[in-house]
Design a protein around this ligand. Structure first.
Ligand SMILES: [Zn+2]
Length: 140
């Protein structure tokens, strides 16, 4: 497993990349929106919201409330690991990315220039975002 700081560095690279690169040319407008939205929606994940809110939570405690994995709710968790979206993950993502996940695989997914992979990623983000916005927190 990569260290938190190196993962963060890699992640910064992806964010820069997502902002500029090929998916814009590969995906039709309606699906492009959802890949772009991962960046925008990222601000709705706990990793961001609990950073500034009046209920400030230390980074390590900003865990997903949508599953019991006790992982920080960031984009990696949202796309690759959260159990809440397992059904749509199986539907749209290659198991290569989530069976033994890593930050490197996640980045390669986001950087993909394969049209089908990008289509499916966009559909995943679309459906997972919908679930995330409409479901209640898990009750333990
Ligand atoms: Zn989760």
């Amino acid at each position: 497993m990569v260290s938190a700081s190196s993962a963060l560095q890699l992640y910064k690279n992806v964010k820069d990349y997502i902002g500029l690169e090929s998916y814009l040319n590969i995906l039709p407008k309606d699906l492009r929106f959802f890949v772009t939205r991962l960046r925008i929606f990222a601000h709705s994940l706990r990793i961001q919201t609990d950073r500034y809110s009046t209920t400030y939570t230390p980074r390590i405690d900003r865990v997903s409330k949508y599953c019991d994995k006790n992982e920080i709710e960031d984009e990696f968790h949202f796309v690759i690991n959260c159990k809440r979206y397992r059904n749509i993950r199986v539907k749209y993502l290659n198991p290569f990315y989530y069976v033994t996940p890593s930050m490197f695989k996640f980045i390669s997914l986001l950087k993909s220039v394969d049209k089908q992979i990008l289509f499916n990623l966009a559909k995943y983000i679309k459906e997972a975002t919908h679930i995330r916005l409409s479901c209640d927190y898990i009750t333990n």
